[in-house]
Design a protein around this ligand. Structure first.
Ligand SMILES: [Cu+2]
Length: 366
């Protein structure tokens, strides 16, 4: 995260440049600052972020940029305009994607004999986090997070991993009880998958529930830049899990282009929907470096599993902290109509002077 502007991130320079950096630092870290910098009309070099084109449509404002350059805070009108523009962009995203690329799509698979076979290819990819904010990702099958692998408890499964990176890699099946040689930790359980090589993982999925897969080689870089995804194991006996009308992923990361849900920062974050009276399952996963307390307005979580294991007693809450690499499953009864804010409650991960950013989404109940 060191490349993002922070309050102390000033060069020994003079005048407006320092003031501008300080101003950006106050606005918050990560993609938020990047998006805000872009919206205020800074070139990406000024903000030292990863933004290329970096404009949220309709949010650039020449007068705002001049004022910011003179280190004056935005006026109430300007602040409100940015807040409004963000929510309007989020609403547009509900109808049609405002960024290229969708993460965590279901992975296709084929059957060979009684075996389910997936293919994963690790490659460098350009990934659009918020409109105009492109970052260099390390991705499986070109998406961030990687494709969702849906397996069945007890059904023999193979994952063929192709490495098209310029560094070695491996894949760990986080939460699965696999034979040691399939555990994916380089030199501890296997040789690295070298650039250009392919490795075949064979195991029988279990336990059931919400799990993950991720690189276990140079993982500080490889995982946070995208080499991770959801691994969902359907129980052999379906009665193990509560029934749900909808089943959603809420995958947190804080290491690629700021604070993200399913690979996107607000306003490009997923907009969740439900019909009144439905039981909605949320699977929370975190492959970032920080814990994130995810709060849902107006409705209640009934949390029933942690790391795929059913809790002895489900519990209710409205703010659920997801530590790195934990998985939590909750049912939300959509009994209160409206559009409910759904966000990380570390405020500097979700909302600042220019409105919502990063880990902010909403659940719309018809
Ligand atoms: Cu957070």
């Amino acid at each position: 995260m060191g490349h993002f502007p922070a309050a102390g991130d000033t060069e020994p320079s003079t005048g407006g440049r320092i003031a501008r950096r300080r101003f950006l630092g106050v606005l918050g870290a990560g993609g938020g600052a990047a998006a805000i910098a872009a919206s205020l009309g800074f070139r990406s070099g000024d903000a030292k972020d990863e933004t290329s084109a970096g404009h949220m449509a309709g949010m650039a404002h020449p007068a705002t940029a001049q004022r910011a350059a003179a280190a004056a805070p935005p006026s109430a009108d300007e602040m409100d305009a940015h807040h409004r523009a963000g929510v309007e962009a989020f609403e547009r995203n509900r109808l049609a994607p405002i960024t290229a690329g969708t993460g965590a799509l279901d992975a296709p698979f084929r059957k060979e004999g009684g075996r389910r076979v997936f293919e994963l290819t690790a490659e460098r990819t350009s990934w659009e986090v918020t409109p105009g904010q492109r970052v260099e990702a390390l991705a499986f099958n070109g998406m961030v997070p990687g494709p969702t692998l849906r397996m069945v408890e007890g059904e023999p499964t193979r994952v063929v991993v192709h490495n098209r990176l310029d560094q070695s890699t491996s894949v760990h099946w986080h939460g699965q009880r696999v034979p040691n040689a399939m555990d994916g930790v380089t030199y501890l359980t296997q040789e690295p998958i070298r650039p250009g090589e392919t490795f075949v993982y064979d195991f029988t999925p279990g336990p059931s529930g919400t799990h993950m897969y991720h690189s276990h080689h140079n993982s500080t870089e490889q995982v946070t830049k995208g080499l991770a995804g959801a691994l969902l194991v359907q129980p052999a006996e379906t009665a193990v899990e509560p029934a749900a009308d909808r089943d959603y992923l809420f995958i947190l990361n804080d290491g690629l282009g700021g604070f993200t849900v399913n690979g996107k920062g607000f306003p490009a974050t997923p907009a969740y929907t439900a019909r009144r009276g439905e039981r909605v399952r949320f699977r929370f996963l975190n492959y970032g470096a920080m814990a994130h307390p995810v709060h849902l307005h107006g409705l209640t979580y009934e949390v029933f599993a942690r790391d795929g294991y059913p809790l002895p007693q489900p519990f209710r809450c409205d703010t659920l902290t997801i530590a790195p690499f934990e998985r939590w499953d909750a049912i939300v009864l959509a009994d209160n109509p409206g559009t409910w804010a759904f966000h990380c409650h570390i405020l500097s991960h979700a909302e600042g002077p220019a409105g919502m950013f990063g880990m902010f989404s909403a659940l719309h109940v018809d």
